[in-house]
Ligand binder design. Structure first.
Ligand code: MN
Length: 426
């Protein structure tokens, strides 16, 4: 693996938390992510299912985890690929049982061929059977994923038992991060910062957005990141107003702003950051007005992130603050604000959420109605997007909710306009 080994105690703790939430006499099955076919005989790069990683630390494909509280001795059983020389000749070494134990802290490890018989025996003596389907309401896919198929099969086969999805229970655990996880998000954030600092001196008119992506990817990989936590957005000019622009194929033009929304993924943990800077190293007077408007909102909202508040609470505050800034920028009038339409007037210039949870996924598990508690990690990302002036600004950091306040994982990543100009002109 590319990252420093994570002590297996983290996964032991994570499994314990999930097991404690299961009713007595339960058994659960989780599958590793399937390998996604690309074309011909190729697959897309493999990324483990976040739930599976959370409970095992195992990144290898074709693995299965069973959790059970039917037995005092054994609470977790891991199934992995058998190490076969003919397979390893092509794909390289696979985990041995001892290595799988060292990573996961699971002492009972079998080959996947043994899964059916061991599971059937366990299911027989369990009252509650759990499968683990991805329940993210924003995931739209027609693919038949193994966890969903397995859940359907459980319901068909064990009609006298209670069959449930485990995803909600795992999400409740994943939403509060352990110190080990916080350290990994800090590493991911530090690598993201390195990339930003290395990119700034290379910015000039006439290079392509993807040339910035190349530097970013290089810094990420050199520092042991898996790569990007999400497809990076590197836009300039009008494209800064498109929220999820990922083509990154345009030339940087003099006088334009560049918006970069990017983040390294380290040990499967994400970081998420957005910065904006001028192609030629100097903001125009108007660009400064836009930038400082968003920066003021960013600072104000960041300071409100603390235990006891919900994302929905400070979404409202964000909208009020942005509305005031839009008045000052001359983009809205009092009359616009008072005119009732389908959507509030500010929505034309600010149409997205201020925060999402961050963890093993960039858009991590957790609802916006969740009351923030210490150990939760969220983004803070206000923005203003104005097509009329080809100007989109978003500023974003990854934030940890602490005991009575919050901590910015990116506090040393330059954000003041003067700092950015200085770094671009030294
Ligand atoms: Mn974000």
């Amino acid at each position: 693996m590319r990252y420093n080994a994570i002590p297996s105690n983290l996964f032991v703790k994570n499994r314990k938390k999930v097991l404690e939430k299961l009713p007595a006499c339960s058994s659960a099955v989780l599958f590793s992510n399937p390998q996604m076919p690309k074309n011909g005989d190729e697959f897309h790069p493999y990324r483990q299912s976040s739930d599976f990683f959370y409970l095992t630390g195992i990144c290898q494909e074709k693995s299965i985890l069973v959790l059970t509280n039917t037995d005092k001795e054994t609470q977790a059983i891991l199934f992995i690929l058998e190490q076969k020389p003919e397979l390893e000749q092509w794909e390289g070494r696979k985990l041995t049982n001892a290595e799988a134990t060292e990573i996961s802290g699971i002492y009972e490890v079998h080959f996947i061929e043994e899964f059916d018989s061991i599971w059937n025996e366990l299911a027989l003596k369990s009252d509650h059977l759990f499968f683990c389907q991805n329940l993210n309401p924003r995931l739209k896919t027609d693919l038949l994923l193994p966890d969903k198929l397995f859940g359907d099969e459980l319901a068909r086969k064990w009609q006298n038992k209670d069959v449930q999805c485990l995803a909600g229970i795992i999400s409740e655990c994943r939403i509060v991060k352990e110190p080990e996880e916080i350290a990994l998000i800090q590493t991911a954030s530090n690598i993201t910062r390195e990339a930003f600092l290395e990119i700034l001196p290379h910015i000039k008119t006439g290079i392509h957005e993807y040339e910035i992506e190349a530097i970013m990817t290089s810094v990420f990989l050199r520092n042991g990141a898996n790569g990007h936590a999400f497809e990076p957005i590197i836009s300039n000019g009008r494209n800064t107003c498109y929220l999820h622009y990922i083509k990154n194929d345009q030339l940087l033009q003099d006088g334009n702003l560049v918006l970069m929304d990017f983040g390294a993924e380290y040990a499967n943990y994400a970081s998420d950051c957005t910065r904006v800077f001028p192609v030629n190293g100097r903001f125009t007077k108007r660009q400064k007005e836009f930038y400082n408007a968003v920066l003021r909102v960013f600072k104000e909202i960041r300071s409100t992130i603390r235990p006891g508040i919900t994302i929905n609470d400070y979404q409202k505050t964000t909208c009020q603050l942005i509305q005031e800034e839009l008045l000052t920028l001359g983009l809205l009038t009092q009359n616009d604000i008072q005119t009732r339409g389908d959507k509030p007037a500010y929505f034309k210039y600010f149409m997205h959420g201020i925060s999402h949870f961050i963890g093993l996924d960039t858009h991590d598990v957790g609802e916006k109605t969740e009351i923030l508690r210490p150990g939760m990690v969220v983004s803070c990302e206000p923005g203003i997007y104005c097509f009329e002036e080809n100007t989109g600004i978003r500023l974003e950091d990854t934030i940890l909710v602490t005991e009575d306040d919050s901590y910015d994982f990116m506090e040393t990543l330059p954000i003041e306009l003067e700092e950015i100009e200085e770094l671009m002109n030294c």
